[in-house]
Write a protein that binds this ligand. Sequence first.
Ligand code: SF4
Length: 413
Amino acid sequence: MVKKLEEYAWLCPQPFINLHKNLHGSVKPCCITQYHNTYWPSVSIDEYFKGEQLKNLRKEILTTPGDLVARNCEICLEQEKHSEESHRRTYLSYLEHTKPEIKLELEEYLETDMEKPFIKTMEWIAPNNFCNLRCFMCGPSNSSSIAKENIALGISNFPSKGDKLPWKFPDDAAKDILEFEDKVLENLVEIKLTGGETLAIEYNYNLLDTIVTNFNSEEMDLRITTNGTLTPKFNGKDIFDYIPMFKSTLLNISIEGWEERNGYIRYPSKWSTIMKNVRRFAEMDNIRILFVSCVSSLSVGYLWEIAREYESFLEGYPGIFYPFVTGSLVWGEWNKYTVSAVPLELREQYIQNYYENPNMRYVKDYLKLISFLENVPFDVEKHRGMMLDIRARDKHRGTNLLDLWPEWEPYYK
Ligand code: SF4
């Protein structure tokens, strides 16, 4: 009998069926695989599959999750401490409900020596960090605007990438696309593009061109994560031309608050532009749209506002919008904007906000957010680092945290 996925103690499909390649050329199992003492290097796809790093992680996942899982999958483990939700569980559910035939194939694959790759989904962060926004919880790898602001503020970026912004590596992009053509695209059922600002990076359109020209895009799902502010044309085509050529499209619109709150965290985005673009996407056939929010120190007290206002989209466009998702936990050593930076006194008020603004659609989400607020320990160093960062960026931008978050006043001085 072939062992079912649900019979494993703690299985994640991503190290077996997914490939994630980022701006630095690093190849790893998924977008949130962490780097603690386990840097995932820039290697060829063949080297990645033959490498001990992936083999050892896979072995732990299939037997007893231990130190490697703890280090690589820290975000999923943290999420699962607070709720039933995690990226890992989302991917398992995707297989069970959307791709049951691949689930069966994967179960059989897990019983082989796994020497031959079985890649069905892929995520690419093209080697170009262009982004027009400077979101607080982002970094220079994903935003040329943050990198530029960092230089102005004397904060170091990655010296190896140079000071000329945005970082653009056309040769690496062409090499990546050739390699995907050769090793991955033939069997892919889902391609996921993120950024940088995904829709404003030409290399993403080069990959889409390759897929629609040389592969069966009508059997492939397209997933795009975007800030929703830009829809430029490259070689005479924009994203509205590509979407109809795929089996289906899921558009993840990243927002961190409603209206001005989003504009502050995702500075300097214009809410009216995002809404105009979202409504245009919503008129397309074969598309589903999802508003997604990170759980960060700045958003964690106010995600109920999005839930409340988003109802108009769910009701106005039946079957197009999914309920909004609070799935991406801002976490990790390098990020200051984690829930651990929120002082305990503010958390009581934030928890109260969720009780005072109940929403039956998001009961589990609210319980998860409350659990983060109640249980994530306060980290004074992170808090101090975050306040320094906010003050410096506010001064540089001419903004003020207290306009929308007056409760932070005692810590802002
Ligand atoms: S971080 Fe989560 S989604 Fe990524 S490989 Fe680990 S368990 Fe899977």
